[in-house]
Design a protein around this ligand. Structure first.
Ligand SMILES: Nc1nc2c(c(=O)[nH]1)N[C@H]1C(S)=C(S)[C@@H](COP(=O)(O)O)O[C@H]1N2
Ligand SMILES: [Mo]
Length: 307
């Protein structure tokens, strides 16, 4: 389901819930969901309902209190405690490199031109936990088309804001700031790759990457860079933070792959946040369950070498 929205953002909550209920009545396929029948659990519904394909979206509480965002500290509980200090307005993204129309674009200008979509995605952290999250946002490819990709471009590089006064984790050198990520151009143009501005029809909370973050559902969570201020089209593979820190453990591709272990732990199963401490772990799916959609991007590549 698509709808055009203005600068003031994603679907209001009451409309969102309405559409959810309508979609549930239509047989349980969530609007815009790709990669399997997943159902949203709205923030005001009891957990454990709406099972379809055996998976339920995580609660607002789970999604917004158990986070990785090292700009606000390294503990999972640090972002929810510290991220309120971040000023997210005004916000702009500088887009440069091999593009036809480089410039610094305000978030209002970017969002107002986009088709906003609802997408419920599985999310898998490299630390072997997972969630199911109902996002609102637009396809990154739509933005790249608007700025015009030059023919020599092969990769897209992203950077997060550096503002240690507000991002208190940046006062420590846990990551060589700014946090950076990158995608191959064909990965960036894939329709599953989105720029998210909302969760559950609400403005995206600071701890989840306000006002705008990347979501790449077939890759480990660290590829989904938060609070983006810069996008650069390049002809060379860009740096990505976790590869800079520990290249043997974190590669550039970082596709979810149950057959390739992390050097210090298996990636064959995962713990779904919200399942409870004693629940059975789930088998991790190749490409996080999006194999039909994305396997073609890696045809002929050795995914153990290009991890
Ligand atoms: N800028 C920035 N982006 C980031 C991170 C980070 O520390 N800084 N952590 C990554 C990791 S490891 C994960 S698992 C996801 C977590 O997203 P979530 O908190 O919305 O679930 O954000 C990713 N994006
Ligand atoms: Mo992660």
């Amino acid at each position: 389901m698509k709808n055009r929205l203005t600068a003031d953002d994603v679907t209001p909550k009451h409309l969102y819930l309405n559409r959810r209920q309508i979609m549930a009545g239509l047989g349980g396929i969530a609007a815009g969901s790709i990669g399997g029948p997943l159902m949203a659990r709205t923030p005001d519904q009891a957990p454990g309902v709406d099972m379809a394909g055996g998976e339920t979206a995580n609660t607002w509480e789970d999604i917004t209190t158990y986070n990785n965002f090292y700009e606000f500290g390294t503990a999972k509980s640090d972002p929810v405690e510290n991220a309120h200090r971040l000023t997210t307005s005004p916000w702009a993204i500088e887009i440069d490199g091999l593009v036809e129309r480089p410039g610094t674009y305000s978030i209002e200008d970017i969002v107002s031109g986009m088709t906003i979509e609802d997408r419920i995605y599985r999310f898998r952290c490299v630390e072997a936990w997972s969630m199911v999250i109902p996002w609102q946002g637009f396809e990154l490819g739509q933005l790249l088309e608007q700025v015009g990709v030059q023919s020599g471009a092969r990769y897209v590089a992203f950077q997060t804001l550096v503002r240690p006064e507000e991002m208190i984790g940046q006062n420590r050198a846990t990551v060589p700031w700014p946090y950076r990520e990158g995608l191959r151009l064909d990965e960036a143009m894939h329709p599953l790759t989105m720029m998210a501005t909302g969760i559950y029809g609400e403005t995206i909370p600071n701890q989840n990457g306000a006002p705008i973050r990347l979501v790449v559902p077939w890759k480990y969570g660290f590829k989904s860079i938060k609070s983006i201020v810069k996008i650069t089209l390049t002809d060379e593979q860009p740096e990505n933070s976790w590869n800079q820190i520990l290249s043997r453990e974190y590669g550039f591709y970082s596709n979810v792959n149950p057959q390739v272990d992390h050097p210090r732990w298996s990636q064959a199963s995962e713990r779904r946040i919200g399942d409870g401490l004693f629940a059975r772990r789930r088998d991790t799916l190749m490409f996080n369950g999006y194999e039909d959609e994305v396997a073609g991007l890696y045809e002929g590549m050795d995914l153990a070498e290009f991890y």
